[in-house]
Every structure is written in structure tokens, then in C-alpha cells.
Design a protein around this ligand. Structure first.
Ligand SMILES: NC(=O)c1ccc[n+]([C@@H]2O[C@H](COP(=O)([O-])OP(=O)(O)OC[C@H]3O[C@@H](n4cnc5c(N)ncnc54)[C@H](OP(=O)(O)O)[C@@H]3O)[C@@H](O)[C@H]2O)c1
Length: 398
């Protein structure tokens, strides 16, 4: 197959942009020229000559000699304008921006079809783990029961540091920022938004539904306490932030993002620090586990390079599960067993526990383990941010 000579217009020269530049220089087998780089801050010192940069996006978008746009900025609204303009002008795009993708998923899929261009985004979910192309190409005829995993390197790093070294939440968050694992707005990580955006992208490829992220319940780790970690340790569990999507019947799926207890016999138990792990459960292939770095300039930069390379031989996602159309419905009518740590009974009543299997009441903290409905959690989603509680999915079948 002939490969088109790529002339790249790059947006963003931060953690991933520079990571991509490094891996491109070191990848002797693949040649592509970065023609121009668009960045935002005119005062920042750059590690390469200023003649490589522009501050005007149209210097790149209107350059007819550029045939591939690589979008690696941290502003989802601006990223959408860049991706849409590029595609409308007939240029292929590679991006790592999960927020932009999840929010505009359906429209971006339609733009590819309408303008006969390709949009690739392997780095957007699981960074170095090639989950999207695997869902597209390897699991295209597989009946997937569920996909779950650890998809946010920053929260996983924080939880690992708190669990293993006893560091405080705020100290662990500062470290995650310093190491380049956290988003520019770390709320996206710790409140569970980032994991949810990735889950929505995975859902599009695993089941062919382009969900509005607002439909999906997410809950992060901002209220985790020493008490919760101590409880987990005593039971031999770790706590990880685990997004889940799975079938509830032949044509319906559910999905959510929640912290989860993991015992030592689970694959995800040993996925620590900035690493990510994804488990696919399927009818024929059974259970499969993907593991790799979920954050960092070189790990994400390498996934971007892989998309650039795929682009050079004309690769496009076909959205095979969407074409097959076997899954048509989404539900939040789904029962889960959760651990709820709380302080007063009024808070507990909000959750409408249907069954309770464990209850503890101490001087400062109480907890209950029981079954709740996902729809109920979803209706509480705004309130939950202000409650002094912490929720963990026990993962137990009941
Ligand atoms: N970091 C990771 O491990 C990772 C992994 C997978 C995916 N991602 C995704 O990759 C993208 C980039 O992340 P990052 O960590 O590299 O971010 P970052 O280090 O904060 O860098 C962001 C870059 O975007 C540029 N930028 C921001 N707004 C711009 C605008 N309006 N026009 C032009 N340039 C603009 C910034 O310019 P200045 O240099 O002038 O400030 C900077 O170079 C995000 O979508 C992120 O979610 C990150």
C-alpha cells in the first residue's frame, strides 16, 4: 500500500505535543514533517526555535500544503473548532482530546462521512493502550458483555500514593500535576469527568451508541478519606476509579463511573500509579486484559504517532458496531451494591437502599453496604458534590 507523504500542522506543544515530537524524531522507520506548530502563550520559552510556531490557527488551517492536522491542545471548545474546520476543508485529523470527542461524538462521526475524511483518536482513551482500534478491528464481530477498567492515570496515581505511602489527597494531587499526569483542569480527573469521556468514546466503538455524556452517571475520588482507605485495607481491597459499560440484555446497555473495591485476585488490583488497564468480557474471546501507561507525554505521544502512521495508509474507523446496530437502548435502571460512608442518617436515606448487608456506626463515621439503583444515584448527582460521603461500588454480584 502506498503511503502519502505527511505534512503535519500541529496544535499544542505541551506534554503530549512535545512527547509526540520526541517519538517522531526517534522513530527512524517513519517520516513525517511537522510544518508548523500553533500554540497560545506568546511569552513562554520554547525548546525549539520560534520560527516553528504560530499563534494564529488559520496559518495552519488555510495552508494547502498541510495534509494532516494533529490537535493536542487542552481546550475542548477550541479543539472542536479546529477539528471541524479542518475536516470541513477536507483535511484528516488526529486528536487526543477526549472531552471534545465525547461531547461532539455523533457530529464528528457525521463530519467524517460527509467530507470523506478521517478522524483518529487512539490516545484519547487509555493513552498507550490500543483499545479503540482493537474494539474496531478485533472485536468487530464479538458479542461484548462488558468493558471496564482504569482509564484515568492521574486518579490512579493519587489513589496508589494514598494507599501505598499514606500521603494526603492534596499532596498526591500536586505530585500528579508535577509529573504531567493530570489535566490542566484537574477537576476533570478527580471528579470522574475524564474517565466518563473516555468511557463514552469506548462505548461508541464497543456498542455503537454515541451517548451524551450527561446521560452517564459519574462519581470521582474528591471525598475519599483515610477511613475509606483503612476499611479497604482491612478487607484486603484496593480502591480504584473504574468506569463500566455493559449489556443488560441483548439490545440494551448501561454505564457509569464509580470508585470500586478490588480484591487481590482481580486483574485491575495490580494496575498502579499512572498505569491503565482495560478488561473486555466477551462471549467467544472470554476475558481479556490490556495494560499500559495511561498518561505521560511519550506514552500518549506514541499513540498519536500510531494514528499518524495509520493515517498515512488511509486508515479510517468504520464504526462497525454502529453500522451493525444491534444495541439500540441505554438504561440506568440497574442495581448495584455500594459501600456508602456517611455521617448522618438523612444522607443515607437519600440513597434508598433496597437491601443492606453490612452496617457500622462509629464516633465519627458510619458506613452501610447495600443495593441501590443507578437511576437513584443519577438523580442525586448534583447533590452528591456537596455531601460528606464517599461511595464505592463493591463489584459483588447479588
Ligand atoms: N497529558 C497526558 O498524559 C494526556 C494523555 C492522553 C491525552 N491527553 C490529551 O491531550 C491533550 C493535550 O494535553 P497536554 O497534557 O499535552 O496539555 P498541556 O501540557 O497543558 O499543553 C496544552 C497545549 O495546548 C496549547 N493550547 C491551549 N489552548 C490553545 C489554543 N487556543 N490555541 C493553540 N494552542 C493552545 C498550549 O499552548 P501554550 O504552550 O502556549 O500554553 C499547550 O502547548 C488534551 O486534550 C489531553 O486531554 C493528555
Amino acid at each position: 500500500m502506498t503511503r502519502e507523504k505527511l505534512r503535519i500542522g500541529l496544535f499544542g506543544y505541551g506534554c503530549v505535543g512535545q512527547g509526540l515530537h520526541d517519538v517522531l524524531i526517534k522513530s527512524s522507520g517513519f517520516k513525517a514533517d511537522i510544518v508548523r506548530i500553533c500554540v497560545k502563550d506568546r511569552t513562554k520559552e520554547r525548546r525549539i526555535p520560534m520560527s516553528n510556531f504560530t499563534f494564529d490557527k488559520y496559518d495552519i488551517l488555510n495552508d494547502k500544503s498541510i495534509n494532516l492536522i494533529v490537535e493536542l491542545i487542552d481546550d475542548a471548545d477550541e479543539a472542536f473548532i479546529i477539528a471541524k474546520t479542518a475536516m470541513t476543508n477536507g483535511k484528516n485529523v488526529v486528536t487526543a482530546n477526549k472531552k471534545m470527542l465525547a461531547i461532539h461524538f455523533k457530529e464528528l462521526v457525521e463530519l467524517q462521512e460527509k467530507y470523506k475524511v478521517s478522524l483518529l483518536y487512539e490516545a484519547s482513551a487509555g493513552a498507550s493502550i490500543p483499545i479503540i482500534r482493537n474494539l474496531e478491528e478485533y472485536y468487530d464481530n464479538e458479542l461484548l458483555y462488558s468493558i471496564r477498567g482504569i482509564l484515568n492515570g492521574s486518579t490512579n496515581y493519587i489513589l496508589t500514593r494514598m494507599y501505598n505511602e499514606g500521603v494526603t489527597y492534596s499532596q498526591a494531587l500536586s505530585e500528579a500535576k508535577e509529573k504531567g499526569f493530570a489535566e490542566s483542569d484537574p477537576k476533570l480527573d478527580v471528579e470522574g469527568w475524564d474517565a466518563k469521556y473516555k468511557l463514552c468514546i469506548i462505548t461508541g466503538h464497543a456498542y455503537g451508541l454515541f451517548l451524551d455524556p450527561d446521560q452517564v452517571f459519574h462519581y470521582g475520588i474528591t471525598t475519599i478519606s483515610e477511613f475509606d482507605i483503612q476499611y479497604a485495607k482491612e478487607k484486603g481491597f484496593k480502591i480504584k476509579l473504574v468506569p463500566y459499560v455493559g449489556k443488560t440484555n441483548d439490545n440494551t446497555i448501561t454505564s457509569f463511573v464509580l470508585p470500586r473495591f478490588l480484591s487481590s485476585d482481580k486483574y485491575l488490583f495490580n494496575v498502579d500509579n499512572e498505569y491503565n488497564g482495560v478488561i473486555a468480557e466477551a462471549a467467544f474471546a472470554d476475558k481479556q486484559f490490556f495494560y499500559g501507561k495511561g498518561a505521560g507525554g511519550h506514552a500518549a505521544g506514541f499513540a498519536v504517532l500510531s494514528d499518524i502512521s495509520a493515517n498515512s495508509y488511509g486508515y479510517r474507523y468504520e464504526y462497525k458496531k454502529y453500522q451493525q446496530g444491534t444495541v439500540s437502548d441505554y438504561t440506568r435502571d440497574f442495581k448495584l451494591e455500594i459501600y456508602l460512608r456517611y455521617r448522618n442518617e438523612k444522607e443515607r436515606e437519600l440513597f434508598g437502599f433496597e437491601e443492606v448487608s453490612e452496617y457500622f456506626s462509629g464516633r465519627f463515621n458510619k458506613y452501610v453496604i447495600g443495593v441501590v439503583n443507578l437511576e437513584r444515584l443519577y438523580t442525586l448527582r448534583e447533590q452528591l458534590r456537596d455531601l460528606d460521603v464517599f461511595i464505592v461500588n463493591t463489584g459483588r454480584k447479588f
